[in-house]
Ligand binder design. Structure first.
Ligand SMILES: [Zn+2]
Length: 496
Protein backbone atom coordinates (compact mmCIF):
# COMPACT_ATOMS: atom_id res chain seq x y z
CA UNK A 1 0.00 0.00 0.00
CA UNK A 2 1.05 3.59 -0.56
CA UNK A 3 1.39 5.55 2.67
CA UNK A 4 0.54 9.22 2.80
CA UNK A 5 3.05 11.12 4.95
CA UNK A 6 2.83 14.64 6.35
CA UNK A 7 6.07 16.61 6.18
CA UNK A 8 7.04 20.23 6.64
CA UNK A 9 8.99 22.63 8.79
CA UNK A 10 7.98 25.15 11.45
CA UNK A 11 10.72 26.76 13.47
CA UNK A 12 11.46 29.77 15.57
CA UNK A 13 13.55 29.97 18.75
CA UNK A 14 11.90 32.33 21.21
CA UNK A 15 13.95 34.70 23.35
CA UNK A 16 11.36 35.83 25.91
CA UNK A 17 13.41 38.96 26.66
CA UNK A 18 13.20 40.26 23.08
CA UNK A 19 10.45 42.91 23.02
CA UNK A 20 9.51 42.46 19.35
CA UNK A 21 6.70 39.91 18.86
CA UNK A 22 7.26 37.47 15.99
CA UNK A 23 4.52 37.82 13.38
CA UNK A 24 3.82 36.20 10.02
CA UNK A 25 5.87 39.05 8.51
CA UNK A 26 8.96 37.60 10.20
CA UNK A 27 8.24 34.11 8.82
CA UNK A 28 7.58 35.57 5.36
CA UNK A 29 10.87 37.51 5.56
CA UNK A 30 12.86 34.26 5.51
CA UNK A 31 10.85 32.84 2.62
CA UNK A 32 7.69 31.13 3.91
CA UNK A 33 6.66 28.39 1.46
CA UNK A 34 3.27 26.76 0.91
CA UNK A 35 2.36 23.53 -0.88
CA UNK A 36 3.66 23.37 -4.44
CA UNK A 37 6.23 26.12 -3.78
CA UNK A 38 8.20 23.68 -1.60
CA UNK A 39 9.56 20.93 -3.92
CA UNK A 40 11.37 23.26 -6.38
CA UNK A 41 12.94 25.17 -3.46
CA UNK A 42 14.13 22.22 -1.38
CA UNK A 43 14.43 19.08 -3.53
CA UNK A 44 18.09 18.15 -3.75
CA UNK A 45 19.15 20.23 -0.71
CA UNK A 46 20.73 18.79 2.44
CA UNK A 47 17.79 19.82 4.62
CA UNK A 48 15.06 17.89 6.43
CA UNK A 49 12.74 18.43 3.46
CA UNK A 50 15.48 17.53 0.99
CA UNK A 51 15.90 14.19 2.78
CA UNK A 52 12.13 13.66 2.89
CA UNK A 53 11.71 14.05 -0.88
CA UNK A 54 14.43 11.42 -1.38
CA UNK A 55 12.98 9.13 1.31
CA UNK A 56 9.51 9.34 -0.25
CA UNK A 57 10.98 8.06 -3.49
CA UNK A 58 12.85 5.23 -1.77
CA UNK A 59 9.88 4.06 0.32
CA UNK A 60 7.12 4.84 -2.19
CA UNK A 61 5.38 7.40 0.06
CA UNK A 62 2.99 10.06 -1.14
CA UNK A 63 3.98 13.30 0.60
CA UNK A 64 1.73 16.00 1.94
CA UNK A 65 3.93 19.11 2.28
CA UNK A 66 1.75 22.04 3.28
CA UNK A 67 4.23 24.40 4.94
CA UNK A 68 7.85 25.46 5.44
CA UNK A 69 8.03 28.41 7.84
CA UNK A 70 11.15 29.66 9.61
CA UNK A 71 11.73 32.91 11.43
CA UNK A 72 14.89 34.34 12.95
CA UNK A 73 14.99 33.88 16.73
CA UNK A 74 13.15 36.71 18.47
CA UNK A 75 10.18 37.50 20.69
CA UNK A 76 7.22 35.18 21.23
CA UNK A 77 5.12 34.24 18.19
CA UNK A 78 1.83 36.14 18.16
CA UNK A 79 -1.45 34.33 18.71
CA UNK A 80 -2.56 35.15 15.16
CA UNK A 81 0.67 33.92 13.56
CA UNK A 82 0.63 30.68 15.56
CA UNK A 83 -3.01 30.04 14.64
CA UNK A 84 -2.26 30.57 10.95
CA UNK A 85 0.86 28.35 10.98
CA UNK A 86 -1.11 25.57 12.70
CA UNK A 87 -4.02 25.94 10.28
CA UNK A 88 -1.73 25.71 7.23
CA UNK A 89 0.27 22.80 8.58
CA UNK A 90 -2.52 20.72 10.10
CA UNK A 91 -4.71 21.06 7.00
CA UNK A 92 -2.09 18.88 5.33
CA UNK A 93 -2.64 16.08 7.86
CA UNK A 94 -5.94 14.92 6.33
CA UNK A 95 -5.71 11.32 5.21
CA UNK A 96 -2.10 10.89 6.39
CA UNK A 97 -0.82 7.60 7.83
CA UNK A 98 2.18 9.16 9.56
CA UNK A 99 4.37 12.25 9.76
CA UNK A 100 8.01 13.30 9.70
CA UNK A 101 8.76 17.00 9.94
CA UNK A 102 11.08 19.57 11.51
CA UNK A 103 10.38 21.74 14.54
CA UNK A 104 12.81 23.86 16.54
CA UNK A 105 11.61 22.87 20.00
CA UNK A 106 12.09 26.23 21.74
CA UNK A 107 9.22 28.19 20.22
CA UNK A 108 6.88 30.10 22.52
CA UNK A 109 3.57 31.45 21.23
CA UNK A 110 1.16 33.83 22.96
CA UNK A 111 -1.12 31.56 24.97
CA UNK A 112 1.05 28.48 24.28
CA UNK A 113 4.22 28.34 26.32
CA UNK A 114 4.98 24.93 24.78
CA UNK A 115 4.16 25.74 21.16
CA UNK A 116 5.67 22.55 19.71
CA UNK A 117 3.89 20.42 22.33
CA UNK A 118 0.63 22.06 21.24
CA UNK A 119 1.31 21.37 17.53
CA UNK A 120 2.12 17.73 18.33
CA UNK A 121 -0.94 17.27 20.55
CA UNK A 122 -3.23 18.63 17.83
CA UNK A 123 -1.58 16.44 15.21
CA UNK A 124 -1.86 13.37 17.47
CA UNK A 125 -5.60 14.03 17.79
CA UNK A 126 -5.93 14.26 14.01
CA UNK A 127 -3.85 11.19 13.14
CA UNK A 128 -4.92 8.98 16.06
CA UNK A 129 -2.95 7.13 18.75
CA UNK A 130 -1.28 4.58 16.46
CA UNK A 131 0.07 6.78 13.67
CA UNK A 132 3.87 7.20 13.78
CA UNK A 133 4.83 10.85 14.26
CA UNK A 134 8.57 11.54 13.96
CA UNK A 135 10.07 14.99 14.53
CA UNK A 136 13.56 16.37 13.98
CA UNK A 137 14.58 19.06 16.48
CA UNK A 138 17.26 21.64 17.12
CA UNK A 139 19.53 20.54 19.97
CA UNK A 140 18.61 23.80 21.73
CA UNK A 141 15.02 22.55 22.04
CA UNK A 142 13.30 22.92 25.42
CA UNK A 143 11.71 19.49 25.20
CA UNK A 144 8.56 18.85 27.27
CA UNK A 145 6.54 15.87 28.51
CA UNK A 146 3.79 16.96 26.12
CA UNK A 147 6.16 16.75 23.14
CA UNK A 148 7.49 13.34 24.17
CA UNK A 149 4.00 11.99 24.85
CA UNK A 150 2.57 13.07 21.49
CA UNK A 151 5.52 12.25 19.24
CA UNK A 152 6.55 8.68 18.49
CA UNK A 153 10.19 9.77 18.18
CA UNK A 154 12.09 13.02 18.70
CA UNK A 155 15.39 13.21 16.82
CA UNK A 156 17.55 16.19 17.76
CA UNK A 157 20.53 17.19 15.65
CA UNK A 158 23.87 16.05 17.09
CA UNK A 159 26.11 18.85 15.94
CA UNK A 160 26.58 22.45 17.03
CA UNK A 161 27.08 24.21 14.62
CA UNK A 162 24.04 22.26 13.39
CA UNK A 163 25.06 20.52 10.18
CA UNK A 164 23.23 17.17 10.33
CA UNK A 165 19.53 17.90 9.74
CA UNK A 166 19.70 15.87 6.54
CA UNK A 167 21.20 12.83 8.31
CA UNK A 168 18.74 13.06 11.21
CA UNK A 169 15.80 13.25 8.79
CA UNK A 170 17.07 10.11 7.06
CA UNK A 171 17.37 8.39 10.44
CA UNK A 172 13.75 9.42 11.07
CA UNK A 173 12.65 8.18 7.65
CA UNK A 174 14.13 4.70 8.22
CA UNK A 175 12.38 4.58 11.59
CA UNK A 176 9.09 5.84 10.12
CA UNK A 177 9.20 3.17 7.43
CA UNK A 178 9.57 0.42 10.05
CA UNK A 179 6.81 1.92 12.20
CA UNK A 180 4.41 2.19 9.23
CA UNK A 181 4.96 -1.49 8.49
CA UNK A 182 4.23 -2.22 12.21
CA UNK A 183 7.66 -3.77 12.59
CA UNK A 184 8.22 -1.45 15.57
CA UNK A 185 5.98 0.64 17.86
CA UNK A 186 8.19 3.56 18.93
CA UNK A 187 7.52 5.31 22.22
CA UNK A 188 9.51 8.19 23.69
CA UNK A 189 10.27 9.07 27.31
CA UNK A 190 12.00 12.15 28.69
CA UNK A 191 14.19 13.00 31.69
CA UNK A 192 15.12 16.45 32.98
CA UNK A 193 16.79 18.01 36.01
CA UNK A 194 16.35 21.38 37.73
CA UNK A 195 18.77 22.92 35.24
CA UNK A 196 18.32 25.98 33.02
CA UNK A 197 21.84 25.72 31.57
CA UNK A 198 24.58 23.13 31.42
CA UNK A 199 25.78 20.70 28.74
CA UNK A 200 28.22 23.44 27.66
CA UNK A 201 25.44 25.32 25.88
CA UNK A 202 25.16 22.41 23.47
CA UNK A 203 28.69 22.50 22.06
CA UNK A 204 29.45 19.11 20.57
CA UNK A 205 33.21 19.29 19.94
CA UNK A 206 34.30 18.16 23.42
CA UNK A 207 32.71 17.80 26.86
CA UNK A 208 29.43 16.41 28.17
CA UNK A 209 27.38 16.80 24.96
CA UNK A 210 30.01 14.88 23.00
CA UNK A 211 30.12 12.20 25.70
CA UNK A 212 26.33 11.74 25.86
CA UNK A 213 25.84 11.83 22.09
CA UNK A 214 28.53 9.14 21.72
CA UNK A 215 26.92 7.02 24.43
CA UNK A 216 23.51 7.44 22.78
CA UNK A 217 24.83 6.43 19.37
CA UNK A 218 26.41 3.33 20.91
CA UNK A 219 23.04 2.36 22.43
CA UNK A 220 21.39 2.85 19.02
CA UNK A 221 24.09 0.77 17.31
CA UNK A 222 23.63 -2.07 19.81
CA UNK A 223 19.85 -1.97 19.45
CA UNK A 224 19.25 -0.87 23.07
CA UNK A 225 17.32 2.17 21.87
CA UNK A 226 15.84 3.35 18.58
CA UNK A 227 16.83 6.97 19.22
CA UNK A 228 18.64 8.82 21.99
CA UNK A 229 18.39 12.62 21.75
CA UNK A 230 20.33 14.99 23.97
CA UNK A 231 19.13 18.59 24.03
CA UNK A 232 20.93 21.45 25.76
CA UNK A 233 17.78 23.59 25.87
CA UNK A 234 17.50 27.34 25.28
CA UNK A 235 17.79 29.28 28.50
CA UNK A 236 16.40 32.56 27.14
CA UNK A 237 12.93 31.06 26.70
CA UNK A 238 11.33 32.03 30.01
CA UNK A 239 9.04 28.97 30.20
CA UNK A 240 8.39 26.33 32.84
CA UNK A 241 10.23 23.58 30.99
CA UNK A 242 13.31 25.46 29.75
CA UNK A 243 16.58 23.58 30.01
CA UNK A 244 18.42 20.42 29.02
CA UNK A 245 16.71 17.08 28.46
CA UNK A 246 17.35 13.56 27.25
CA UNK A 247 14.68 11.69 25.33
CA UNK A 248 14.93 7.99 24.59
CA UNK A 249 12.80 6.21 21.99
CA UNK A 250 12.33 2.46 22.23
CA UNK A 251 10.13 -0.25 20.75
CA UNK A 252 7.41 -1.14 23.22
CA UNK A 253 8.34 -1.33 26.92
CA UNK A 254 9.70 1.99 28.19
CA UNK A 255 11.17 0.92 31.57
CA UNK A 256 14.69 0.55 30.19
CA UNK A 257 14.34 3.80 28.23
CA UNK A 258 13.51 5.64 31.46
CA UNK A 259 16.55 4.20 33.18
CA UNK A 260 18.82 5.33 30.31
CA UNK A 261 17.32 8.82 30.18
CA UNK A 262 17.71 9.30 33.94
CA UNK A 263 21.28 8.03 33.89
CA UNK A 264 22.18 10.42 31.07
CA UNK A 265 20.63 13.35 32.92
CA UNK A 266 22.57 12.42 36.08
CA UNK A 267 25.70 12.92 34.01
CA UNK A 268 24.39 16.22 32.60
CA UNK A 269 23.73 17.39 36.17
CA UNK A 270 27.18 16.35 37.43
CA UNK A 271 28.93 18.16 34.56
CA UNK A 272 26.68 21.25 34.58
CA UNK A 273 29.53 23.69 35.35
CA UNK A 274 31.68 22.53 32.39
CA UNK A 275 32.46 25.23 29.82
CA UNK A 276 34.81 24.31 26.96
CA UNK A 277 35.70 27.93 26.14
CA UNK A 278 34.31 31.31 27.22
CA UNK A 279 31.24 32.55 25.34
CA UNK A 280 32.37 36.12 25.92
CA UNK A 281 36.12 36.43 25.62
CA UNK A 282 37.77 39.76 25.04
CA UNK A 283 36.55 43.23 25.87
CA UNK A 284 35.85 45.53 22.91
CA UNK A 285 39.14 47.38 23.49
CA UNK A 286 41.17 44.15 23.62
CA UNK A 287 39.56 42.74 20.48
CA UNK A 288 40.11 45.91 18.45
CA UNK A 289 43.73 46.11 19.67
CA UNK A 290 44.32 42.51 18.52
CA UNK A 291 42.85 43.33 15.12
CA UNK A 292 44.92 46.50 14.72
CA UNK A 293 48.20 44.93 15.80
CA UNK A 294 47.82 41.99 13.40
CA UNK A 295 46.97 44.05 10.32
CA UNK A 296 50.44 44.40 8.80
CA UNK A 297 51.42 40.71 8.85
CA UNK A 298 48.03 39.06 8.28
CA UNK A 299 47.71 36.42 5.57
CA UNK A 300 44.31 35.23 6.77
CA UNK A 301 41.50 37.04 8.58
CA UNK A 302 41.20 37.39 12.33
CA UNK A 303 37.54 36.43 12.95
CA UNK A 304 35.95 38.25 15.89
CA UNK A 305 32.50 37.10 16.99
CA UNK A 306 30.25 39.27 19.15
CA UNK A 307 27.98 36.90 21.04
CA UNK A 308 26.16 39.72 22.83
CA UNK A 309 24.22 40.82 19.73
CA UNK A 310 23.80 37.39 18.14
CA UNK A 311 20.48 37.33 16.21
CA UNK A 312 20.70 33.53 16.46
CA UNK A 313 20.07 33.88 20.19
CA UNK A 314 17.23 36.34 19.74
CA UNK A 315 19.26 39.57 20.02
CA UNK A 316 18.23 42.62 18.01
CA UNK A 317 21.20 42.52 15.63
CA UNK A 318 21.46 46.30 15.44
CA UNK A 319 24.01 46.97 18.19
CA UNK A 320 26.74 49.39 17.17
CA UNK A 321 29.23 49.23 20.07
CA UNK A 322 31.80 47.05 18.36
CA UNK A 323 31.52 48.69 14.94
CA UNK A 324 31.99 52.10 16.56
CA UNK A 325 35.26 50.87 18.12
CA UNK A 326 36.44 49.37 14.80
CA UNK A 327 35.84 52.71 13.04
CA UNK A 328 37.61 54.63 15.81
CA UNK A 329 40.63 52.31 15.46
CA UNK A 330 40.59 52.92 11.68
CA UNK A 331 40.83 49.18 10.86
CA UNK A 332 41.76 48.47 7.26
CA UNK A 333 40.62 45.70 4.90
CA UNK A 334 37.97 44.67 7.44
CA UNK A 335 34.40 43.38 7.06
CA UNK A 336 31.50 43.64 9.51
CA UNK A 337 28.35 41.48 9.48
CA UNK A 338 25.93 43.01 10.21
CA UNK A 339 23.69 45.86 11.23
CA UNK A 340 19.99 44.96 10.93
CA UNK A 341 18.38 48.23 9.87
CA UNK A 342 15.83 48.42 7.02
CA UNK A 343 15.65 52.23 7.25
CA UNK A 344 19.42 52.52 6.79
CA UNK A 345 19.20 50.33 3.68
CA UNK A 346 16.54 52.68 2.29
CA UNK A 347 18.81 55.64 3.06
CA UNK A 348 21.60 53.87 1.16
CA UNK A 349 19.32 53.32 -1.81
CA UNK A 350 18.51 57.03 -1.82
CA UNK A 351 22.24 57.89 -1.80
CA UNK A 352 22.91 55.41 -4.63
CA UNK A 353 25.62 52.90 -5.44
CA UNK A 354 29.04 54.49 -5.80
CA UNK A 355 28.03 57.67 -3.96
CA UNK A 356 29.00 58.85 -0.50
CA UNK A 357 26.66 60.11 2.16
CA UNK A 358 25.76 60.22 5.82
CA UNK A 359 23.74 57.33 7.23
CA UNK A 360 22.37 56.62 10.68
CA UNK A 361 23.10 52.96 11.42
CA UNK A 362 21.30 50.68 13.88
CA UNK A 363 20.86 51.16 17.61
CA UNK A 364 17.09 51.53 17.38
CA UNK A 365 15.70 48.58 19.35
CA UNK A 366 17.63 48.68 22.61
CA UNK A 367 19.81 51.80 22.47
CA UNK A 368 20.53 51.55 26.19
CA UNK A 369 22.41 48.27 25.64
CA UNK A 370 24.00 48.07 22.22
CA UNK A 371 25.41 51.57 21.76
CA UNK A 372 22.51 53.41 20.12
CA UNK A 373 22.46 54.78 16.56
CA UNK A 374 25.83 55.35 14.87
CA UNK A 375 26.12 58.20 12.37
CA UNK A 376 28.65 57.39 9.67
CA UNK A 377 29.99 58.83 6.45
CA UNK A 378 30.20 55.96 3.98
CA UNK A 379 30.27 54.95 0.35
CA UNK A 380 27.51 52.67 -0.93
CA UNK A 381 29.39 49.78 -2.56
CA UNK A 382 26.50 47.48 -3.46
CA UNK A 383 22.77 46.97 -2.97
CA UNK A 384 21.10 43.59 -3.52
CA UNK A 385 17.74 41.93 -2.95
CA UNK A 386 19.46 40.14 -0.05
CA UNK A 387 19.34 36.65 -1.54
CA UNK A 388 22.31 34.40 -1.03
CA UNK A 389 22.68 30.74 -1.86
CA UNK A 390 24.46 28.75 0.85
CA UNK A 391 26.72 25.89 -0.12
CA UNK A 392 28.53 26.01 3.22
CA UNK A 393 28.15 23.50 6.03
CA UNK A 394 25.70 25.56 8.15
CA UNK A 395 22.02 24.88 8.77
CA UNK A 396 21.24 27.43 6.04
CA UNK A 397 23.40 25.51 3.61
CA UNK A 398 23.16 22.48 1.39
CA UNK A 399 22.51 24.58 -1.68
CA UNK A 400 19.41 26.31 -0.32
CA UNK A 401 18.57 29.94 -1.07
CA UNK A 402 18.08 32.34 1.83
CA UNK A 403 17.32 36.01 2.10
CA UNK A 404 17.95 38.75 4.63
CA UNK A 405 15.86 41.22 2.61
CA UNK A 406 17.14 44.28 0.77
CA UNK A 407 20.78 44.53 1.78
CA UNK A 408 23.68 46.87 1.18
CA UNK A 409 27.40 47.07 1.62
CA UNK A 410 28.59 50.43 2.89
CA UNK A 411 32.33 51.22 3.07
CA UNK A 412 33.31 53.25 6.11
CA UNK A 413 37.03 54.01 5.89
CA UNK A 414 38.63 50.58 5.56
CA UNK A 415 35.61 48.64 6.84
CA UNK A 416 32.97 47.05 4.59
CA UNK A 417 29.75 46.94 6.62
CA UNK A 418 26.79 44.72 5.67
CA UNK A 419 23.39 46.27 6.45
CA UNK A 420 20.30 44.04 6.14
CA UNK A 421 16.53 44.45 6.18
CA UNK A 422 15.92 41.10 7.95
CA UNK A 423 17.73 40.11 11.10
CA UNK A 424 19.95 37.02 11.04
CA UNK A 425 23.31 35.74 12.23
CA UNK A 426 26.44 35.19 10.17
CA UNK A 427 26.83 31.50 9.37
CA UNK A 428 27.80 31.28 5.69
CA UNK A 429 30.50 32.93 3.58
CA UNK A 430 27.81 33.75 0.99
CA UNK A 431 26.47 36.40 3.37
CA UNK A 432 29.63 38.36 2.52
CA UNK A 433 30.40 37.20 -1.03
CA UNK A 434 26.85 37.95 -2.24
CA UNK A 435 27.49 41.65 -1.49
CA UNK A 436 30.98 41.74 -2.94
CA UNK A 437 33.25 41.02 0.05
CA UNK A 438 35.97 38.39 -0.37
CA UNK A 439 36.26 36.91 3.12
CA UNK A 440 39.42 34.95 2.28
CA UNK A 441 41.37 38.16 1.75
CA UNK A 442 40.02 40.30 4.58
CA UNK A 443 42.40 41.13 7.41
CA UNK A 444 39.63 41.23 10.03
CA UNK A 445 36.07 39.88 9.91
CA UNK A 446 33.65 40.87 12.69
CA UNK A 447 30.50 38.78 13.04
CA UNK A 448 27.50 38.52 15.33
CA UNK A 449 27.22 34.88 16.35
CA UNK A 450 28.04 32.69 19.33
CA UNK A 451 29.08 29.40 17.75
CA UNK A 452 27.33 28.69 14.42
CA UNK A 453 29.76 30.94 12.54
CA UNK A 454 32.56 28.48 13.26
CA UNK A 455 31.41 25.92 10.66
CA UNK A 456 32.14 28.29 7.77
CA UNK A 457 34.48 30.92 9.20
CA UNK A 458 36.89 29.01 11.46
CA UNK A 459 38.48 27.12 8.52
CA UNK A 460 39.43 30.39 6.79
CA UNK A 461 40.56 32.28 9.93
CA UNK A 462 44.07 32.78 11.23
CA UNK A 463 42.46 32.95 14.67
CA UNK A 464 38.96 33.23 16.17
CA UNK A 465 38.23 35.37 19.21
CA UNK A 466 35.00 36.09 21.02
CA UNK A 467 34.10 39.60 22.15
CA UNK A 468 31.46 40.89 24.54
CA UNK A 469 29.91 43.81 22.70
CA UNK A 470 27.70 44.75 25.65
CA UNK A 471 24.38 44.14 23.87
CA UNK A 472 21.34 42.08 24.92
CA UNK A 473 23.13 38.75 25.43
CA UNK A 474 26.14 40.29 27.19
CA UNK A 475 27.53 38.52 30.25
CA UNK A 476 26.65 41.67 32.19
CA UNK A 477 22.89 41.30 31.54
CA UNK A 478 20.73 39.56 34.13
CA UNK A 479 17.37 38.60 32.60
CA UNK A 480 14.44 38.60 35.05
CA UNK A 481 12.75 35.21 34.84
CA UNK A 482 9.04 34.84 35.72
CA UNK A 483 7.89 31.51 34.29
CA UNK A 484 10.73 29.03 34.57
CA UNK A 485 10.25 26.35 37.27
CA UNK A 486 12.05 27.13 40.54
CA UNK A 487 14.34 26.35 42.14
CA UNK A 488 16.59 25.89 39.13
CA UNK A 489 20.34 25.99 38.57
CA UNK A 490 22.07 28.40 38.10
CA UNK A 491 19.46 30.93 39.21
CA UNK A 492 18.98 29.26 42.59
CA UNK A 493 20.90 27.03 44.89
CA UNK A 494 19.61 23.55 44.07
CA UNK A 495 20.05 20.45 46.16
CA UNK A 496 19.31 17.53 43.84
ZN1 LIG B 1 20.39 25.46 18.00
Amino acid sequence: MTYRILTGHISQETNSFNRIPTTLKHFRALGLLLGDEIPPALCGTRTTLGAMFEAAEKFGWMLSHPLVAKATPGGAVTKEAFAQLCAWFLAGAAGCDGALFELHGAMVAEGYEDAEGEILARLRTLLGPDAPIVVTLDLHANVTEKMAANASALIAVRTYPHIDYYERAWQGAELLDRALRREIHPKTVIAKRPMLGGLDGGRTQVGPMRELIDRGEALEAFGKALVVSVCAGFSLSDVHDAGPSVTVTVDGDTAEARRIAEQFMDYAWETREFVSSPWMGASIAEAVERAKSGESSADKPLVIADNSDNPGGGAYGDATNFLRAMIAADLQNAAFHAIFDPAAVQAGIAIGVGNKGRILLGGKYAPEMGGGPLEVQGQIVSITDGHFRCFGPSFLGGGAWNTFGLSMLVRIGGIDVVVTSNNGQAVDLAQLTSLGVDPFHCTTIALKSSHHFRAAFEPIAREVIMVDGGAMLSASMRPAYHHVRRPIWPLDEVIP
